[in-house]
Design a binder for this molecule. Structure first.
Ligand code: HEC
Length: 123
């Protein structure tokens, strides 16, 4: 009697585990099949790129030699980056940074940084 109950519990647990794996598989293939439609993928791309900005720009918004970007809005960031890319605003460092990002990457990074600023958190 006891053993039967244990077996029933084990088989229910196995069924649950299989269900979880199935769900994981479905969501993973959705992410792999439709990367461009997945907003979280864009957010994490922005987050990853923004982490490289933080090596120079103080994420807390401080810093004197390097201007803070933590409080800039999305448009201001994109505008500044396009100016750096076109060398309208001459800075060797930021020219290289701006050239290294595609338009999509730049948009994702600017949105991420601006959203973080808006949320009152630091990038
Ligand atoms: C290697 C250091 C370095 C990295 C990495 C870096 N920056 Fe900069 N950034 C600078 C410096 C230095 C300036 C000041 C340039 C100037 O105008 O002389 C600057 C200026 C800027 C400005 C203009 C700010 C203002 O108010 O004038 C923006 C916007 C900016 N960076 C965005 C970014 C973004 C976005 C990233 C990441 C994709 C990034 N930076 C990565 C060094 C860096």
């Amino acid at each position: 009697m006891k053993r039967e109950r244990a077996a029933a519990i084990v088989s229910r647990a196995k069924g649950l585990a299989a269900g979880i794996w199935w769900l994981l598989g479905v969501s993973l293939s959705a992410i792999l099949l439709f990367p461009e439609r997945s907003a979280p993928a864009e957010v994490s791309q922005g987050a990853q790129i923004a982490a490289t900005c933080a090596s120079c720009h103080d994420p807390a918004g401080g810093g004197q030699a390097i201007p803070p970007i933590a409080a800039l809005d999305e448009r201001a960031i994109v505008k500044a980056m396009l100016a750096f890319r076109a060398s309208e605003n001459p800075s060797l460092v930021m020219h290289a940074v701006a050239l290294s990002l595609s338009d999509d990457e730049l948009a994702a990074t600017a949105r991420y940084l601006a959203d973080r600023a808006k949320a009152g958190r630091q990038p």
